[in-house]
Ligand binder design. Structure first.
Ligand SMILES: [Zn+2]
Length: 67
């Protein structure tokens, strides 16, 4: 009997907002901010993001806050 599912599941990839690298969503380095989950390639980038998430939020938040 061939177990389907586990092997077939394509690993979800996400973009590391700090360095722009494509990372697997199963990475241990992730942060939740404003209800959104961000994935990182390493602890250093996660810390960078955590110290200034607005900088890496892609600017959308900025425009809302400054009108
Ligand atoms: Zn990175």
């Amino acid at each position: 009997m061939f177990l389907r599912g586990k092997r077939d599941r394509k690993a979800e990839m996400a973009k590391d907002p700090v360095c722009g690298m494509q990372v697997n969503e199963s990475t241990q380095y992730k942060s939740e901010h404003m209800g959104k989950t961000f994935y990182f390639c390493c602890q250093a980038d996660k810390s960078t993001f955590d110290s200034n998430p607005m900088k890496y939020m892609g600017g959308s938040q900025m425009s809302m806050g400054h009108h």
